[in-house]
Design a protein around this ligand. Sequence first.
Ligand SMILES: Nc1ncnc2c1ncn2[C@@H]1O[C@H](COP(=O)(O)OP(=O)(O)O)[C@@H](O)[C@H]1O
Ligand SMILES: [Mg+2]
Length: 345
Amino acid sequence: MSVDQIIQVRDLTKIYKSKKRTGLFRSKKNEVHALKGISFNVDEGEIFGLLGPNGAGKTTLIKILTTLLLPSSGTARVNGFSLEDENGIKASIGAMLMGERGLYWKLTGRENLEYFGALYHVPKSIRKSRIQSLIDLLELEKIVDRTVETYSSGQKMKMVFARALINDAPILMLDEPTNTLDVKEARRLRNIVKNQNELGKTIIYCTHQMYEAEELCHRVGIIDQGQIIALDDPHDLKDSLEDNDILSVEGNIPEIARMAVESIPGVISASMLTKRVNNGSSEERPYLNIVCDNSRTKLPQIISVLSSNGTIIQNIDKKETTLEDVFINITGRSLMDDTRVESSN
Ligand SMILES: Nc1ncnc2c1ncn2[C@@H]1O[C@H](COP(=O)(O)OP(=O)(O)O)[C@@H](O)[C@H]1O
Ligand SMILES: [Mg+2]
């Protein structure tokens, strides 16, 4: 194994076990296989993306790599430390976990940063200046002396991000860090992530938004139902679909028409997806996403099959390939689909 590989993950599995009451004296064992044998390496200095829908296993994986959770089997090394070496790993990473309430609500932002600075052994002599540089970097001046309980969810997110940077660790693990931020703040945060990477930090970036992975990551592991189903740099992932075209059809499209399109020879998949209407509103519009091997020759047949199955076509476009298309091509599902398994099922 090369020393340049700052993170090495081998065959990690995680099974969540729980019991479900099925009667007064009866219960049924329930298992959720959240990770089914995950292996990958992260090179020193890269931004490595984990892209996958809700329920794919991203948070579980990050929790294991940050020693918050034990794997069921498998091993990993982070900055040379094995998962058993909690202190070694904690000194090597700054982490930001999704949905984490890792801030003290009754303390101000500044008091939180001072507390975590001490906890992560940031020397007292540089703690104040480190905190000030984070306040400047993340534009926290206006909120830093208010108690965290008064923060909006976006402000909390930024404070949790500041906390992840407090010990200036060589590795950052970020789990959907832009999730509650507005578009402008999210863009700003991604720029800071890029900047931290240019300053030398290795970053694992989890997201279910394909454009974030495309914009930020040197390499992307696409994760689905506990497995990495593709791993490459974003361009090569998209090039793997090079021979395929993607059409987007808007209109009133019955399920029977979708199925008929999917059965046309040369059509690889036809899935109903939604896209955000591009007028600043949050309105979403359904469309049929068709992956086929040569759209120019297939188009007349696709149109005729759609029409004869009751579709009123409003618009047809040829789309640029995205990482979402790579995901759809492998799984037949959209990244926006929720694949979480309820542990109480
Ligand atoms: N504490 C838990 N107990 C049981 N099942 C869980 C628990 N946490 C997560 N899961 C399940 O494990 C799977 C992976 O979840 P998660 O790691 O949160 O995925 P992601 O972060 O990609 O959305 C999902 O099916 C989820 O429902
Ligand atoms: Mg998650």
